[in-house]
Structure formats: structure tokens, C-alpha cells
Design a protein around this ligand. Sequence first.
Ligand code: GTQ
Length: 350
Amino acid sequence: MTQLTNDNRAQLETLYQQMEPEGLYPLWEKLAALVLPQPQSPAQVHKWVYDNARDYLMRAGDLISAKDAERRVLILENPGLPGHSGITPSLYAGLQLILPGEVAPAHRHAQCALRFVLEGEDAYTAVDGEKAVMRPFDLVLTPGGQWHDHGNPTDKPMIWLDGLDIPTVRHFDASFAEHYHEDRFPEQAPAGDSLNRYGRNMRPLKGHTADRRPAHQPLFHYPYAEWRPALDALAESGAEIDPHLGHALEFMNPIDGGPIMATISAHVRLLPNGFQTRPRRATDGTIFVVVEGTGEAVIEGETVALNHRDIVVVPSWKQVVFKAESQLVLFGYSDKACQEKLNLYKEENA
Ligand code: GTQ
């Protein structure tokens, strides 16, 4: 602020003190911190080593059941957002464990969720009474407002990454949640039904069976068995590789070609052995999972080693370079979907 006389300053301080009890504050003392010239995320770059987190999660599994916990999940809290239960200011991440024979009971909530499978196979998430049978690195959605329960009828533990918009919904003060009166929501359709109808670049020919799923969100399963070969085919076709992203494909809502859910976008990318991306930054703080291979992320000059199933968060507007030390496959999710609707999203490709 420009020159104020001591007298003026003293009178201003008196003004501040007198009006504060009435909830009034001077903008001119705070403007620069409120309206930033560019993002200055309080979130930090951070990596969770899968094997370490898994050990703690398995210990939790010895101590509390999925049913007692409702959801037995370790929250991945960003160290720059203490007490916030967010991995970025807008998004949440957690590691969920379902042991053999367990059920995580049916509930529904305003929050949108994605599940990205890290370990185990053939456990399920049921969405409004339809199972998605989950395999490693499948993406499964439980869009806001839909009943969902999880179960593991196999003899191996099942672990996945939960990505939710919990902080976004909290920000809008728009949370609603309820429990179903039984553990499992009654079956409404055979496993895989929506995938068969909406997940093969087709849709139901209009008929009486076509409208069971909500019109805006019919598809909720994106199997690894489909997205992984798509990346390979792209890489092997001789297609030009994006210098900032590698070979990259975004998961899409078949209804409009838009992002998978209103608040969360997700994508996968393949970086050939030895490939190094050009520097890039974007306003969507992004959570990455290493699906395959090894390499490095250099984030604002800080090097983070990338190993199988590690989870790394790159906050908004931090410049990132990925280096593949073998063929590297990454999954990522962010709030880009939400930012684009609000006309906030920006990226800079150097
Ligand atoms: O599986 O429904 O990690 O409601 C956090 C909140 C998982 C779930 C989480 C949830 C769920």
C-alpha cells in the first residue's frame, strides 16, 4: 500500500478493531493474497509408495472389518493440506481394502467416486444393483446419487484407489448421504450389462430396457482389457506422439463425449522407453498412478522416482516433466472436468 501517515494508520487500526466484531474487514489489506496473479497451491508434491501404504492397510484389515468401518480406507492426505482429507484442494484419494468374503454395505451420496484397481481380481462394485467385476487397473465409477456396495467373493484381498470429489462437494455445501437398509442393493441387471450396452461405441436401440441407467451417466466400467490395448495400438501405429503428454487417451462419457463425471476427469498415457515429455503445467492438480514401468517425474525441479503402483500428486500449476526409464504407463485423474465448466481451466505447454 502507498504512503499512509502514522496518524492515518492509527485511525485505520482503530477502524479495523471496531468493525471486526460486526464481520467487516478491509479488502485493501488482503487483496493481493485473495486474487493471486497465478495459482499458488497450498498442496505439496507428494508420493505414496504403494508397498508401504499397503502394509498399513493390511494391518487395518486385521483390526476392523469392511462392514464395521463402512468403508475401510486409508486417506491419502496432502501434507500441505493438514486436516483437510484432500489430496488436492478439490479432490480426495484413498486406498480401500476388501478382504475375502467381505461386503462394504450399500450407501449413496452426492459425491462422485472413481475406483482404480491396484490389486486383486474379481471382487465387484455394484452400482444401482449392477455389478462391475473388477480386474487390476480397471476404472469403475460410482457417480453421485447412485447406490453402491462393494464385495469380495474371492480368496484374495482386493485393493483399489478411491478418487472422490469430497472437497468440492464440501466447498459447495451440497453433501447428502444415506444408507440402504440392507448390506446389498437388490440386483437389477446382470454383471457387465451397462458395459455391453454403452461401452462398445454403441448404445441401446430405443426400447423398454434402454432407460434403466441415468441418462447422463450410463457407463461406469472402463476395463484395463480395453484401454491398455488401445494405448498399445496407438503407439504401434506410428501415430505422432504428443510431446507434452506421450500417447494419451482420456476416459469419456459416451453420452456427450465429455469427461467421465461432472467433477472428475481421468486419462491414461503411455511413454515409450527413453521418452521424456516437454515441460507442462496446468491448473488441474493431478493424481497419477504408475500402472507399468519405471521412470521419474521432475516437478518444479524436484525429482520423484516412479515405481509400480506408486501414487504421486502434482498440484495446480506445478511444471512437470516425465521421463520413462522403461515403457511407462500412467493413470491420472483431476478436477479438469469441473474447471472447464467454470471456465477456469488453463494449461501451458513449454
Ligand atoms: O466406497 O463409497 O474412499 O463413500 C470415501 C467415501 C470410499 C465408497 C471412500 C466413500 C467411499
